[in-house]
Design a protein around this ligand. Structure first.
Ligand code: XMP
Ligand code: MG
Length: 179
């Protein structure tokens, strides 16, 4: 598995200390509130677990799975809800936890849905961001690292469902895609 990685972009230690920072800031901003923290499956599941441990205000967690139609590495903009929330978001302060923002299409669709369900507020925390790839205007409220325009794996992110368990984020060797 490690042999398939061309380059490590951020180590386990760098990721964990960034999450600690994000958690502190979120704890300050949500003081006195009881946010509903929503994990966007599957990619964000590891980040979600590490992040909520660093948030000191009371909160609820919920999980949602979405997929864009089509199966390329590019988002089509049409998003299908695979698993919806258990919780109602009406009158809740919602914090969406994402692994990575690319075009921004998935998240702008999600934000739209949650606002239509009358959430009090909807904010986004993403661990990774590829701002150069954006096709819709979307700026995360909290962001860990900006990444270059290359396909990354690890720390929850996959290629063909593999590599999610790597504790760091890295770039795959080209030969892995072409084999
Ligand atoms: P959009 O384009 O809607 O896409 O912002 C966001 C979703 O695309 C996936 N994505 C990636 N997954 N490595 C991955 O494993 C990547 O480099 C990558 N870039 C985008 C991801 O599921 C994210 O939620
Ligand atoms: Mg994926």
């Amino acid at each position: 598995m490690l042999n398939d990685i061309k380059e490590i972009l951020y180590s386990e230690e760098e990721i964990q200390s960034k999450i600690e920072e994000l958690g502190k800031q979120i704890s300050v901003d949500y003081e006195g509130k009881n946010p509903l923290v929503i994990c966007v499956l599957k990619g964000a599941f590891i980040f979600m677990g590490d992040l909520v441990k660093r948030i000191s205000v009371p909160l609820e967690t919920d999980f949602m799975a979405v997929s864009s139609y089509g199966q390329s590495t590019k988002s089509s903009g049409v998003v299908k809800i695979i698993k919806d929330l258990d919780a109602t978001v009406e009158n809740r302060d919602v914090l969406i936890v994402e692994d990575i923002i690319d075009s921004g299409l998935t998240l702008s669709y999600l934000i739209d849905i949650l606002k239509r369900r009358n959430a009090t507020s909807v904010k986004i925390v993403t661990l990774f961001d590829k701002p150069v790839r954006r096709t819709v205007e979307l700026v995360p409220d909290y962001s860990g690292f900006e990444l270059p325009d290359s396909f990354v794996v690890g720390y929850g992110l996959d290629y063909a469902e593999q590599y999610r368990n790597l504790p760091f984020i890295g770039v795959l060797k080209e030969e892995v895609y072409s084999s």
